[in-house]
Design a binder for this molecule. Structure first.
Ligand code: AMP
Length: 434
């Protein structure tokens, strides 16, 4: 017999965990909407170049982790595709493609869905994971920078994580960063012999990226490296000051972290990450974001500023579990239609269908077990009411049984939906609801 498993680095979300994700997705949708963000969907795959340019060719995500899509054999389109490793590039591609520059500016967009990275699987690191993402395109900040940092933090707090820290930095712009990167490269060149192989290669292509290295051998070198805050030009320093003033105004106190970078030219100024202080050592951010004032242009649009964040829902679910925050399990209808005659599934299916058409959430036991067994499993699965279809139906009645109280009474089939609605309301508010 073949024995199949979900691919390495992926997992099935069974109903309990799916319910936890659904709650986070619902919260993301509601909060983004309350803040004025409109939902967008982009394809799960794009032309690979969208990511190669939009994320950056010299990044782990593109160099090592991009899931390239092999089309079917008859493919004549000759496009190179890849599964999206993150949402920003696809959203910016859509912004350009659909002429969103003619919409009222800025355009606030949100997307929640699966992302794919061919990463080495480990705790909290999957090959398919979910992100709640927001983007604001067309506003240079600094106020909007603070708005989205506050949104990210408020989201994690409302999700149930009380203690979350924001790390904040400015990585400058095209005017000031090149001189800093040159200084940084000189520093690392002085220590070239101590660099791991990948970092030595990166030194030639993208020195800023070295600050982002997860290699433990780099920690001491990074701690002593020149800091960007001393190199910011006037406008970048002022922008950074003003982001902090806006954050202070809304009660957000970030930790300034001068080694936090987004190492590509089109990322500018604001960069931030969110951690639980207790889990900081694990190097696993719950989410992160930053400004990308050069990205729209890079993907074929006019020069347009943008900023966004992505929060990893898998990490949030895990953090909630670690902190003992429980979310409600999957919900099932509290009304179950059962039958006195186990074989008579026609009656049960008709009654449950009529209930659904009348707007009552209900399930039916459509198996052929005896009535007693049907009632037992209805109670075990948490139903509060059983509708028993029996001989009374010939006279236009069914029996409604309150499974908690153990009482029952006849109800005219025509009144069933109304009666159930009334009984459920009483059940919720009455003493039995306890
Ligand atoms: P990044 O775009 O790398 O800053 O990722 C944003 C957020 O997505 C991270 O802070 C994580 O919460 C989450 N994330 C990134 N990669 C993974 C992964 N391989 N597995 C699970 N979550 C991830």
């Amino acid at each position: 017999m073949p024995s199949y498993r979900s691919p390495r680095g992926t997992r099935d979300l069974l109903p309990d965990e799916r319910a936890a994700f659904s709650r986070l997705e619902g919260l993301a949708r509601d909060m983004a909407s309350d803040y004025g963000y409109q939902a967008i969907e982009t394809p799960l795959f794009e032309q690979a170049e969208v990511f190669e340019r939009g994320v950056g060719a010299v990044t782990d995500v593109v160099e090592k982790e991009l899931f390239r899509v092999q089309a079917g054999r008859g493919d004549s389109e000759r496009e190179r595709w890849a599964l999206r490793p993150e949402p920003t590039a696809g959203i910016v591609r859509a912004w350009v493609q659909h002429g969103m520059r003619t919409w009222p500016q800025p355009v606030r967009l949100t997307l929640t869905g699966p992302m794919f990275r061919y990463d080495r699987p480990q705790a909290g690191r999957y090959r398919q994971f979910w992100q709640f993402d927001v983007e604001v395109i067309g506003d240079p900040g600094p106020a909007v920078d603070a708005e989205i940092v506050e949104l990210a933090l408020a989201y994690l707090r409302r999700a149930g994580l009380g203690d979350v820290r924001v790390l904040l930095n400015s990585i400058g712009d095209a005017a000031c960063r090149p001189a800093y990167v040159e200084r940084l490269a000189a520093y690392f060149r002085d220590h070239e012999a101590d660099l791991p192989t990948l970092e030595r290669e990166r030194l030639a292509t993208n020195p800023l990226r070295l600050l982002d290295s997860k290699d433990e051998r780099m920690a001491a070198l990074i701690a002593d490296a020149p800091r960007i805050n001393e190199w910011l030009c006037g406008p970048c320093a002022e922008h950074f000051e003003r982001v902090q003033a806006h954050l202070a105004a809304v009660g957000v106190e970030p930790v300034l972290e001068p080694t936090l970078v987004r190492g590509l030219d089109y990322y500018t100024r604001t960069a931030f990450e969110l951690y639980r202080p207790s889990a900081h050592g694990q190097q696993q951010a719950l989410g992160g974001g930053g400004r990308y004032d050069g990205l729209v242009e890079l993907l074929g649009g006019p020069p347009t500023p943008g900023i966004g964040f992505g929060i990893g829902l898998d990490r949030v679910v895990r953090a909630l579990a670690e902190e003992g925050v429980t979310s409600p399990g999957p919900s099932t209808p509290d009304v179950v239609v059962v039958g006195a005659d186990p074989e008579d599934t026609i009656r049960r299916l008709r009654v449950v269908t009529d209930l659904r058409r009348a707007g009552v959430a209900a399930r039916a036991d459509l198996g052929s077990r005896k009535l007693g067994k049907q009632l037992e499993s209805a109670a075990r699965e948490g139903a509060h009411f059983a509708v028993i279809c029996g001989d009374e139906m010939d006279g236009g009645h069914v029996v409604v049984r309150d499974l908690d109280a153990g009482t029952q009474r006849q109800v005219a089939t025509a009144d069933l939906a109304r009666e159930l609605a009334r009984a459920r309301a009483q059940h919720r508010h009455g003493p039995a609801a306890g």
